[in-house]
Design a protein. Structure first.
Lengths: 260, 634
């Protein structure tokens, strides 16, 4: 298969004089079973051979679970199939097609180079409460705290978030509510998560705001591009948890941060 | 240098407690003055950094990925073993210990494996307390299932994403400690070398992958949790970034490297389709519970599989291993697939594939039942290959998956360099010559949560002089790191590192993979050296070391894989026996099974770095509890 690629090139995202541009490449003789990233590998090998600068992009596991890959393919985060960029295959495209490739775009995800962005903001949202404040040591016997399979399933449906940030890139507001909602749902549904239920949601929502993520206005794009198919219901849960925690007023967001 | 396993006194079940009772402590008020560096944020690294941070030590945690949560532990699917005996089958620490020793073909250290089995139950408790959503029974109790090579149900799981959920648990503990101010995470930072002062590890040199800056970090102890090295084969189930650099550079500074030839080739992976393929994807071993593995009896039979009649199908595992059949351990199942493909019976475009057929299971149990068990795996297979396993058999082929070898460590998980520890897949530790399914997660978390926090503390309790990064030892190591990076840029050729890596990987898989011969290994050594020479003649990386430069990062890692490959070959050549993942064709029984030589090789080989002429040191393995036996799954 042959394709024309229009790829975003930006040498240094920190350099204000470098605003980036698209560069056009032709690739030929591509195996339809090659993944999108393998197609880019092939292009990079050729660029090396031509002594031209290779295209920077993130990837690691290449099996859809680590969340590192982060391409916007023809305007959609991760491409046409609602799977990660690395699980997108060239057979999903039409021979001879022109394909536009960009980095995930959001205020909170500054470009590093070409197609790579900095998603550290998502780690900082987790630091603000996306955990249960237990430390290593003797723990209670798990079966002394039963969890019904229904609750476990529901928590797991949220816990499978891979933290890729496609939801942010897809959202016209650049919101991270699907990401944050997934973590709040996972932990707040489980009995272990109850003691910090309120401080968790308040801490994470405040951190989201500080990072410059937008708010949810129900476009639903996040859930539509999520490779893990996380339901937009988690945003409903996030909103409910936040309202409840705020009205209770006795919440102490600092507790989670100072516990050792 | 010390080369003593330092196994504590007492009977096996009491050794760890004896060690704990005697080890040195650091008082709570003194802990903030002690610094630890942890390299890698997978299960072992995250859990170790979080546990030390929670005790009040100051921890710096490094990963090359853009977030600690992306470490490759995330990809483990099946589950984690623990001797809890919830299923009331009479499971015990002893049974888990024995299965692990036998699974490893009697090439692991008894004292370490016993401790691993002892700690297994605590790991589950810890993970549950962190909110890891393990699968549950209707009663709300934890669910378990069985896994390859064992006869009890001791495997805990979260759907098919157990590694992901356990890692997110460890990652959340890590981020909790970041918030508490005890841990500092440096993402997109890659360790380049370890700094040794007065014979002890006192810091590291790292490269900031965004800016290209070379940084110095000092500490009182350094823990390597940087994972395994099967990317030496180029195509493997590992992540693209998985590499040997941290452990290899430590090896070059004096840490012995143990059993490098013990690598695991996993039987159920999706076969390679094209030359430009970048990785192989694992399909969970659990599929072998219901799928039947076969090839056509006639070479070159290209009829659609459904049209090949029963009599013309060769169910080779069922025929050769009637007791375990399709559930034979990984090393045995992989080698059997290679043998039938070598005989020209392989299927698929490349002839390197075998069928994994669900036709009979669907007929017996119904499509719905199979869908309930394996739905997400079937979907994943369809996504990758475009074929529907409900209609046509899957095609699978073995792929490099896990490294049992790694840095040699003593009972305290300390390398031969005092103050330098290695945990998780980075060390050689507990799996002997072959690892059983669902045991890697267990070992990583035992090392990270429950062993290294104590053994590192014991080291920190010694008096250490203040160390400054302006010490001349840092000058020297930094200069070496800079010169290595410059030499990669200076080659100025026109071929990417990927092309050389692919070429070397092909040689390694062919001659130092599932089956090895003295002659093949000698050829492999020559070929690897030739390709390494070509690499240093014609490598091309993007110019610019002080900037974000992925081609440079990659070439830097490949340069270490070349050196490791040579050591693997030496090790495979010296071990004149077959055991677990190491199969020497010269040493096999009449019916083609591995033939151990316990008289000469019941030992761990730990290699000392000496350039082209590495020096082997042997640690004799003594067995008090188990009797050496032929490992039979027939």
């Amino acid at each position: 298969m042959n394709f024309t690629l229009e790829i975003w090139r930006q040498f240094d995202g920190n350099d204000e004089s470098d605003q980036g541009r698209f560069e056009t490449f032709k690739v030929t003789d591509i195996n339809p079973d090659a993944s999108f990233l393998e197609m880019l590998d092939q292009l990079n090998e050729r660029l090396s051979h031509e002594k031209k600068r290779t295209i920077a992009f993130d990837s690691d596991c290449r099996e859809g679970i680590c969340g590192a890959c982060s391409l916007v393919i023809d305007g959609t985060p991760h491409g046409p199939q609602q799977v990660t960029s690395c699980q997108t295959y060239m057979r999903d495209f039409i021979d001879g097609q022109t394909i536009k490739v960009e980095p995930f775009r959001a205020n909170s995800f500054p470009v590093i180079r070409d197609l790579t962005v900095d998603r550290g903001a998502l780690d900082r949202v987790i630091q603000a409460g996306g955990y249960i404040s237990t430390t290593t040591g003797p723990q209670p016997e798990p079966n002394s705290m039963p969890v019904s399979p229904e609750i476990q399933e529901k928590a797991m449906d949220a816990a499978i978030c891979i933290g890729c940030g496609a939801c942010v890139a897809a959202c016209p507001n650049g919101a991270a509510m699907l990401f944050t909602g997934a973590k709040v749902s996972h932990l707040n549904l489980l009995p272990q998560g109850q003691p910090e239920r309120e401080s968790r949601v308040i801490g994470m929502v405040e951190q989201m705001d500080q990072e410059g993520f937008g708010g949810c206005t129900n476009y639903g794009e996040c859930s539509r591009v999520c490779p893990q198919e996380i339901s937009i219901d988690v945003i409903g849960m996030l909103n409910r948890e936040y309202r409840k925690a705020k009205t209770k007023k006795k919440s102490k967001p600092e507790t989670a941060m100072t516990t050792q | 240098m010390t080369f003593d396993p330092n196994i504590p006194p007492g009977p096996l079940p009491e050794k760890w407690q004896n060690w704990l009772d005697a080890h040195r402590l650091v008082g709570p008020r003194n802990r903030a003055g002690k610094n630890v560096i942890v390299i890698g944020t997978g299960l072992a690294g995250s859990s170790c950094a979080a546990s030390l941070g929670a005790q009040g030590f100051k921890v710096k945690s490094f990963c090359f990925q853009d977030s600690p949560r992306r470490a490759h532990s995330i990809a483990a699917q099946g589950g984690i073993n623990a001797a809890k005996d919830y299923a009331n089958e009479g499971d015990s620490i002893h049974r888990l210990f024995y299965d692990t020793i036998k699974g490893g073909d009697f090439r692991s250290r008894e004292a370490n494996v016993w401790r691993l089995a002892q700690l297994s139950a605590n790991i589950i408790d810890q993970a549950v307390a962190q909110g890891v959503p393990f699968n549950r029974e209707y009663s709300g109790a934890l669910a378990t299932r069985s896994f390859g090579g064992v006869l009890v149900q001791r495997t805990f799981y979260t759907r098919g994403q157990t590694g992901q959920q356990l890692l997110l648990g460890a990652y959340s503990a890590l981020e909790h400690q970041v918030r508490a101010g005890n841990v500092q995470v440096f993402n997109r930072h890659e360790m380049q070398d370890v700094v040794i002062v007065d014979g002890e590890a006192r810091g590291v040199i790292v490269r900031n992958l965004i800016t290209g800056e070379i940084e110095r970090h000092a500490a009182d102890a350094v823990v390597l949790a940087s994972g395994g090295y099967t990317n030496v084969y180029y195509l493997s189930t590992n992540a693209m970034g998985s590499n040997v650099t941290a452990t290899w550079r430590a090896h070059k500074r004096g840490a012995y490297f143990a059993n490098p030839c013990y690598t695991q080739i996993h039987p159920t992976c999706i076969p390679q389709t094209g030359e430009y393929q970048s990785k192989l994807t694992l399909m969970s071993e659990s599929l072998r519970n219901d799928g039947r593995i076969w090839v056509p009896r006639k070479s070159g039979d290209d009829r659609p599989p459904a049209e090949i009649p029963e009599a013309e199908r060769y169910y080779y595992l069922e025929e050769r291993y009637p007791a375990f059949g399709n559930l034979a351990p990984r090393d045995i199942a992989s080698r059997a697939a290679k043998v039938v493909c070598d005989d020209g019976l392989g299927v698929g475009g490349t002839g390197r594939g075998v069928f994994l057929d669900f036709r009979d299971a669907i007929a017996q149990q119904g499509k719905e039942s199979i869908e309930r068990k394996y739905g997400n795996l079937f979907e994943m297979y369809t996504r990758i290959t475009g074929d529907d396993p409900y209609e046509t058999p899957m095609m699978i082929y073995p792929a490099p998956h896990y490294a049992m070898g790694g840095l040699w460590v003593d009972y305290e998980l300390q390398t031969t360099i005092p103050g330098l520890f290695a945990i998780g897949e980075a060390n050689f530790s507990d799996h002997g010559a072959n690892r059983l399914g669902a045991s890697a997660l267990m070992q990583c978390l035992a090392d990270g949560y429950f062993i290294s926090p104590h053994t590192v503390t014991s080291h920190l309790a010694k008096n250490h002089d203040e160390i400054s990064t302006s010490d001349s030892a840092f000058d020297q190591v930094e200069a070496d790191v800079r010169s290595h990076i410059q030499s990669l840029i200076d080659v100025g050729g026109s071929t990417s590192a990927q092309a050389f890596h692919r070429e070397m990987g092909h040689v390694m898989l062919d001659k130092c993979g599932m089956s090895r011969t003295a002659e093949g290994l000698d050829e492999a050594l020559e070929e690897v050296r030739r390709i390494k020479g070509d690499f240093w003649d014609d490598l091309r990386v993007d110019p610019g070391d002080e900037e974000f430069n992925q081609s440079l990062e990659y070439a830097n890692r490949v340069s270490d894989f070349f050196e490791l490959a040579e050591l693997m070959i030496h090790d495979a050549r010296r071990r004149e026996e077959s055991c677990g993942g190491h199969f020497r064709e010269e040493h096999q029984t009449e019916d083609g099974e591995a033939l151990r030589d316990d008289e000469h090789f019941a030992k761990t080989t730990a290699w000392e770095y000496r350039g082209d002429d590495p020096v082997p040191h042997d640690e004799e393995l003594t067995f008090e509890e188990v009797q050496l036996a032929t490992r039979s799954y027939k």
